[in-house]
Ligand binder design. Structure first.
Ligand code: CA
Length: 377
């Protein structure tokens, strides 16, 4: 009994002495090493990283270009200048459609654009921008951040030495600008239209001729007749491009882009060179612009639409039902065929489709039901 008690006391004492020893070592080393340690921490935190970000947008373009600038400003502020990002518009360092390769090769550290521009190289990337008749912005964000989408996107870009982060969303777009009225599916036959991504493939399937052009070439292409029609984004962006000056009819709804996600891409080596806190800042800032750009579009589209109609006499038209039905049918074929034999693309398609079907069930009772019952003005 006494022995056991003594043993307990010795154990307790041992623990206390252990702590005293540990504290002594810490404070001792701390004093000597604290200057070294603190200096090391300070030196590490004072290291300044200068990244260049090429974009697929004209410099400072409303919405997307501004989102890229906002990302850079937020990172600069949050990191107290330890990570600075210089933003370049399309064509300043590389052409708009050269962004993916430039960042992948490490010629620049970062890029901002949309994943569907890279469909020639990475077909499944299109799922991470938008799918015709697919998910809205709210649903895309849910899939990416709470439904497994981001992990698949990271897996898809890993072979290209790229880290993707969601970096914006325009909300539902407009169907586009046309120089003639579209009264039936016959009017689509042979029509040359700028429409990228899966929407373009669907457009081809119903008899149209889809072109992929960067934003900077749209106005001139429509003006010179190189294309007969174009989609771009929605009233806020389309007004800024002056598309009402080169086309008369403005069609809705944006069946082809119901909630396109923009992307921030970072070269993996550049990403790995950052300490964890700067990685966290970059991630957080990109998530910020992902949400903020959608808010900006929601706030600005309305005034722009009024200006287009009231000041510029733009004629708003809804796509006829037979055109929408043909597009919907073709979309199912194109989207389900996209994965082909590619195992990763099949998993992405399955994940997207399953989430889409799940989210629809409640959104029928919530988002759609509510919007339908809201009084119109
Ligand atoms: Ca578009």
């Amino acid at each position: 009994m006494i022995n056991r008690k003594r043993k307990q006391v010795e154990q307790q004492l041992g623990k206390v002495m252990g702590w005293v020893l540990i504290l002594a070592i810490l404070s001792g080393c701390g004093r000597e090493g604290s200057s070294d340690g603190a200096a090391a921490v300070k030196a590490e935190s004072a290291e300044v990283f200068k990244f260049r970000m090429v974009t697929t947008w004209p410099k400072n373009f409303p919405g997307m270009g501004v989102a890229a600038e906002n990302l850079a400003n937020a990172v600069d502020e949050m990191s107290d200048g330890r990570l600075t990002i210089t933003v370049y518009g399309s064509g300043e360092v590389v052409p708009a459609l050269g962004v993916f390769e430039a960042v992948s090769l490490g010629n620049v550290e970062m890029g901002h654009g949309a994943a569907y521009y890279w469909k020639g190289k990475v077909p499944a990337a299109q799922f991470f921008t938008t799918v015709p008749f697919g998910m809205t912005a709210q649903e895309m964000n849910a899939w990416l951040h709470h439904g497994g989408g981001m992990a698949l996107w990271e897996e898809l870009y890993a072979p290209y030495n790229l880290v993707p982060i969601a970096g914006g969303n325009t909300g539902v777009q407009m169907a586009g600008w046309f120089n003639k009225e579209i009264n039936s599916i016959e009017d689509i036959q042979g029509l040359k239209m700028r429409i990228p991504g899966l929407g373009g493939e669907v457009f081809n399937r119903v008899g149209g001729s889809a072109q992929t052009l960067p934003g900077s070439e749209i106005y001139t292409s429509l003006q010179t007749g190189a294309v007969d029609a174009t989609e771009w984004v929605g009233p806020y962006n389309d007004l800024a491009f002056g598309l009402h000056q080169v086309a008369e009819y403005y069609y809705y709804p944006g069946w082809h882009e119901p909630g396109p996600t923009l992307e921030t891409i970072i070269n993996k080596d550049a990403w790995d060179s950052l300490p964890p806190d700067l990685q966290a800042i970059l991630r957080t800032a990109s998530r910020m612009i992902n949400e903020d750009s959608l808010s900006e579009y929601t706030a600005r589209n309305n005034d722009a639409l009024s200006e287009l109609v009231e000041q510029h006499g733009v004629k708003i038209r809804r796509l006829p039902d037979d055109v929408i039905e043909a597009l919907r049918h073709a979309s199912r074929e194109v989207v389900s065929a996209l994965p082909g034999e590619d195992e990763l693309a099949q998993r992405i398609y399955q994940s997207y489709s399953d989430f889409h079907d799940d989210v629809m069930r409640y959104h029928e009772l919530s988002e759609r039901a509510y919007i339908n019952l809201r009084p119109t003005n």
